[in-house]
Ligand binder design. Sequence first.
Ligand code: KIV
Length: 270
Amino acid sequence: MHLSNINKSLARNEKIAMLTCYDATYAKIMEAEGVDILLVGDSLGMVLQGYSNTLEVTMQDMMYHTKIVASGAKHTPIMADMPYGSYEHDKESALSNAQALLQSGAHIVKLEGGGSMVETAHFLVTNGVPVCAHLGFTPQSVEQLGGYKIQGKTEDAAKVILQDAQAMSDAGVSFVLLEMVPAQLACNITQTIAAPTIGIGAGVDCSGQVLVLQDLLGIYTGPADKEPQAFKAPRFVRNFLSETGSVQSAIRAYVHAVKNKTFPATQHSY
Ligand code: KIV
């Protein structure tokens, strides 16, 4: 399936079900269970490598995991995160790093931030690289944002996110991913911009949803050096494995829940 097929699903008003994926085994399962897009997220720095944030993930890491996901999924579009430090300095190095991810098997890259990143996104798009813009809570800026906090709560903050989303959409991005923003703001953005939105902690009205695989399975318990008991899953997480009993059926249930709009429910939204 190509990104253009996703547009057909969207034209039928069908929600897009995206999941993070980091290896070939899960890629095969996700493809078989109907996941629309596999996200090779830099969340791998937390859920695979055990760090407390995504900042240590390298281009080498992203290329390796993109390659092994691509070896397991032959028909499902793959989105790869541009890691911290790989796109912020200048447009030319952003382009060559984005191209390296496409050469590793990605069909689209994701980068974080609005503002000055709009020009970079436009440069990538005009050079043939499909882009997803990640707005709202942007994990690579966790230090500046003062921790894992909901974004766009005040009228002014919401306005900035809406403006960034509009600018990214006008720049030609294929998707805008909205993380941890009020459901009403995500709904407004989805109704305003041309690009489809993908939500995580952003309410049910986005064009699609994404979850981190380990959260869907209920197996992530925080950084490697912290006690598991100290970890509390964020509000937007739902453990589909405990509801279903197998990895395959958990992923299938997630896809169904996204498509029939029962996930995220109000208790998963802000
Ligand atoms: O890296 C990742 O998994 C992500 C999701 C949180 C959307 O960017």
